[in-house]
Ligand binder design. Structure first.
Ligand code: ADP
Ligand code: MG
Length: 286
């Protein structure tokens, strides 16, 4: 009998990096947890007392199928954050809603019909821009452009996209991830482009980026908690877990991404986040 099923994907059947720390921390609290692939037809989701989506890192390629799975699963079993939140968070258009409520990297929507006019306006306003798929993860499809003739635009993936100013500070102060559990910021990991090559702006390890645990910053914690509170207000949902990614823009830390579906929680980098997550899950199970 399993209390909690942790949803992962086929290329990572044993769960996210450091996922064993979470299973151990849950076991210490008397909660039996196991990893299961979200698209495995043999998994009895309804047999668990709770389902937590963790490392479903193919969802962005299969969003409709994934969201349908989440809706089905949540009918039978409590699913943390839940399918409505997932549907809202799977489209980076959420950044345009949050930007009215919390400081955020300016974000505009773009599609094939508006590409030339929209990109032209963004270039005029910001000089260098970043275009990325509205449903994306892991830095896939992130394109930098400095003009409409920029040949890097040939790397665009299928529309629609969002366009943002290129936040130059990502190359110096990097990107910060704040982990917000039960509405409160609990830990922080700083991610830097140190080790990347060729002007890379993506901080992911895959591109040579580095991540390290640091003490929770006061300013970062406030922005992160405000972002989660704002998202809870917009979705009308209880947000059990979130990773809030921040970048420095015009001298302050602002929201760059809010991850409410399958954020990597960096348990391997900051094991304390695993115990805090386990505490929360154990509390929810009563
Ligand atoms: N506007 C931007 N300015 C500078 N760097 C960016 C910008 N947008 C994204 N990046 C870089 O690209 C990475 C991936 O983009 P992100 O918005 O996090 O999308 P996802 O993680 O969902 O693919 C970020 O972690 C950051 O390193
Ligand atoms: Mg990201």
């Amino acid at each position: 009998m399993t209390d909690v099923l942790l949803a992962t994907f086929a290329l990572m059947p044993d769960g996210e990096p450091g996922g064993d720390l979470l299973v151990d921390a849950l076991a210490e609290r008397g909660v039996r947890a196991a990893w299961a692939c979200w698209d495995d037809p043999d998994v009895d989701w309804a047999g668990a007392r709770l389902v937590a989506v963790r490392s479903t890192w193919d969802y962005h390629r299969r969003a409709p199928e994934f969201l349908a799975w989440a809706r089905r699963t949540s009918v039978a079993t409590p699913l943390l954050n839940g399918p409505e939140v997932f549907a809202w968070n799977a489209d980076k258009a959420y950044l345009t809603e949050l930007a009215d409520l919390v400081p955020a990297v300016p974000t505009e929507l773009l599609d094939d019909a508006t590409l030339v006019a929209g990109l032209g306006a963004a270039l005029e306003r910001w000089g260098s821009v970043v275009i990325k798929p509205r449903t994306g993860a892991g830095g896939v499809g992130v394109v930098v452009a400095e003009s409409l003739a920029d040949e890097r635009l040939e790397g665009l993936t299928a529309a629609p996209w969002v366009v943002q100013p290129l936040v130059e500070s990502v190359r110096t102060s990097g990107e910060v991830s704040v982990f917000v559990l039960g509405g409160g910021a609990v830990s922080q990991v700083d991610k830097s482009t140190a080790g990347t090559a060729g002007g890379e702006i993506r901080v992911h390890e895959l591109y040579g980026g580095r991540s390290r645990a640091v003490p929770l910053g006061e300013e970062q914690a406030v922005v992160a908690e405000d972002a989660v509170r704002a998202a809870a207000g917009l979705t009308g949902a209880d947000l059990t877990y979130a990773r809030v990614d921040l970048m420095q823009w015009q001298g302050r830390w602002v929201l760059s991404e809010l991850e409410l579906i399958e954020p990597g929680l960096y348990f391997d980098v900051e094991p304390a986040t695993a115990t805090r997550f386990a505490d929360l899950v154990a509390r929810q199970l009563g």
